[in-house]
Design a binder for this molecule. Sequence first.
Ligand SMILES: Cc1cn([C@H]2C[C@H](O)[C@@H](COP(=O)(O)OP(=O)(O)OP(=O)(O)O)O2)c(=O)[nH]c1=O
Length: 186
Amino acid sequence: MLVLASASPRRREILSRFIADFHVIPSNAEEKCSSTVPEECAVELARLKAREVYSRVGGTVIGADTVVSIDGKILGKPGDENEAYEMLKSLSGRIHHVTTGYCIIHEGREISGSVTTEVKFRNLDDELIWAYIRTGESMDKAGAYGIQGKAGLFVEWIKGDYYNVVGFPMEIIWKLRELGFDVLSR
Ligand SMILES: Cc1cn([C@H]2C[C@H](O)[C@@H](COP(=O)(O)OP(=O)(O)OP(=O)(O)O)O2)c(=O)[nH]c1=O
């Protein structure tokens, strides 16, 4: 049994493009990391999510966590609209990094890693930032934006895996293939 330990509809949708049969069991793990290094933090949280679900249901479990970072500072999900504004303002006109940590527990063994994508935003004026926040797309997303939605407009360029920005890097699918899963069966 393959289990996606995630409440994210984006992760479910991306995995379902490659694998027909899997269960979705969101993790109850508390999302608190001990590191301030984006890669370490994302992998630590991905492990916590995967382990919590594995301890309940076993099988092969995938956990993932996405963080946005700029100037060495990690931006998680905004707590409110003002925080979303501060995050988007800090990303305006600049390059930032989106890192997804992942952990696959398979036959009791953990395979984990992280993938980072570089993203350059256009200059965003306050009117645009507030109009975007009013769309409601900010609130459940790291860095207060979703590249797959209207914030696609903010992106001047990206370097690396697009799916990683959405929260589910192709490296996870690649690892599943190495573990023997038929990833092009759909
Ligand atoms: C930067 C960015 C983030 N995101 C999303 C991906 C993640 O769902 C979310 C970051 O929060 P996460 O804590 O990684 O994931 P989650 O809480 O949505 O789901 P779960 O912990 O149950 O797996 O932000 C986008 O959808 N698009 C983007 O462009």
